[in-house]
Design a protein around this ligand. Sequence first.
Ligand code: C2E
Ligand code: MG
Ligand code: MG
Ligand code: MG
Length: 292
Amino acid sequence: DSKRAGKNQLSFYNMEMQEQALLSIRLEEELRQAICRREFFLVFQPIISFSSGQVEKFEALLRWHQPERGIQSPGSFIGVAELTGLIVPIGYGVIEAACHFIRQQMQAGKTVKPVAVNLSVCQLREADFSNRVEALLMHWDIPPGLLELEITESMLMENVDLAMTLIGHLKRLGIRLSIDDFGTGYSSLSQLRHFPVDILKIDRSFVMDLEASPVDRQMVEAITAMVHKLGLKVVAEGIETDAQMRFIKKIGCDYGQGFLFARPLPPEQALQYTGYAGLALSEHTTHDDKLG
Ligand code: C2E
Ligand code: MG
Ligand code: MG
Ligand code: MG
């Protein structure tokens, strides 16, 4: 009865696809409502300087308080938000909320740390994107150097001309730019020198396996050395263990981000975060370093 089984399988597949389509349509509707109802908010993850253990800057990460399903991470909705273009209005909201957090820091009276915001490819395609960002910065009276925009490596490589133009505009405004998730796309390091970016973020997938994978250790070390030659700073993403942190610090990476230092935090907690004490400590650690 393989024919029947095959047929059943086919209709099951169709049903699944239909269900998927319906779910996407419902999600799109929910996202539209979420914009009106202001259900989006930001959490801020500290990025730590290895030389001081202090916060170098924060990355703003989007969250959605969905009334029935609770707090949602971008993984569950960003795809549909991008397909429908809803990420464009959501994205302006993100930049505005990042500006608001910068103002909160100013009011707290401490040294203000820059805030990095993630961009989607749809935002790259917005003709007046840089003008609108400039207007937002002026409206909130924020020095452009306090805003950093993150563009993923693959976004950059699949839209070289668009990205190049936009990066030029943003740089002229004084906004900082970084390449996110580096190592997951197909760019060569030599292509990087054409982009006037300031920072490169090594993807978490390299950091994750440092302990088990000598190749990843060599990759991270080589990327860091090369990127430094280009005059850029390097952030390692997704540091979760002390061993990972010590290796990354040892090879000269500038900054680290990961659960070891801090999870993404609500603004009030992010303002309280004072840095990572374990860094100064590990400097004097002499026992066997597993990652050599
Ligand atoms: P990303 O830009 O690479 O951000 C880092 C992600 O890694 C965040 O996930 C963060 O919570 C997570 N992370 C940080 N440290 C660790 C760690 O030590 N271990 C592990 N396992 N994970 C860690 P999140 O917040 O779920 O965001 C996922 C992705 O969604 C982001 O990846 C970014 O590409 C996208 N995203 C987030 N916020 C926005 C936004 O406002 N706009 C756009 N367009 N995309 C966003
Ligand atoms: Mg990012
Ligand atoms: Mg990343
Ligand atoms: Mg990522």
